[in-house]
Design a protein around this ligand. Structure first.
Ligand code: CA
Length: 241
């Protein structure tokens, strides 16, 4: 199973958005688009992107302000793509926490290389309780091994089915967010899927049973970090059986 990285393009010029989208989609990224700062904020919290490609000149909010706000709560990688070529602007963006800065016009190869690097740095530079689709996610006694597609509790394989793994993999990837049933269903089974809360509830009940019964710990000790708050909340939301 291949979970594709999702990139949020924040850009108000349609021609550039289309150019970026074409490059990214043809290189196997999922792409979502925001054409204003306000829309960007809402999509960051609701869609859990893996990286943001950010234009600085937006109609409502300066891109620098977006970098500053996003950095207050997440290390989500940000690659600035801007027409502002002054060194001062680059320095400011990087100081505020942007991972990279590309000046327009730019080539597709350069953009892709910088995106790959930014995602790789974020994943390897973080400790546990991080957003990841490769490597490992740890929260208390629970470990998701994204390379082996396994979930371990205290080092013991919880033997999840593929669907159960997909659900818990998504929860781990979106640690720090509260996810709705509809969002989970659409993410896992595609936008055309008719929402079926009942089937998701059954899967979640099974996951809960498996990860809580695996000895020696009866239940997951919930992580303490703020970034993993919603992870614990998501687990709490799993229905009792
Ligand atoms: Ca612009």
């Amino acid at each position: 199973m291949n979970i594709r990285d999702k990139i949020l393009i924040v850009e108000d010029e349609r021609s550039i958005t289309n150019f970026l989208r074409t490059i990214l989609v043809s290189n196997d990224y999922d792409v979502i688009v925001a054409s204003s700062g306000a829309e960007a904020y809402s999509m960051i919290t609701s869609h859990c992107p893996d990286l943001i490609v950010l234009d600085l000149g937006l109609p409502d909010i300066d891109g620098l302000q977006i970098i500053k706000s996003v950095r207050e709560w997440t290390l989500l990688p940000i690659v600035v793509v801007s027409a502002r070529a002054h060194e001062r602007d680059k320095v400011q963006a990087l100081d505020l926490g942007a991972d990279d800065y590309i000046t327009k016009p730019f080539g597709a190869g350069e953009l892709l290389a910088r995106i790959r690097t930014a995602i790789r740095h974020t994943r390897t530079g973080l400790a546990n309780e991080t957003i990841a689709t490769t490597g490992k996610f740890k929260a208390g006694d629970l470990e998701i091994d994204y390379d082996k597609h396994q979930v371990l509790v205290n080092g013991v394989n919880a033997n999840l089915t593929q669907n159960e793994y997909k659900i818990i993999g998504l929860l781990g990837k979106c640690a720090g967010k509260v996810l709705t049933y509809d969002y989970i269903i659409k993410e896992l089974w595609g936008p055309g899927t008719k929402g079926n809360n009942q089937s998701l509830r059954v899967h979640m009940a099974n996951i809960r049973r498996k990860i809580e019964k695996t000895p020696p710990s009866r239940s997951i000790s919930l992580p303490r970090s703020v970034s993993a708050t919603a992870w614990s909340r998501a687990i709490e939301l799993l229905p009792d059986t």
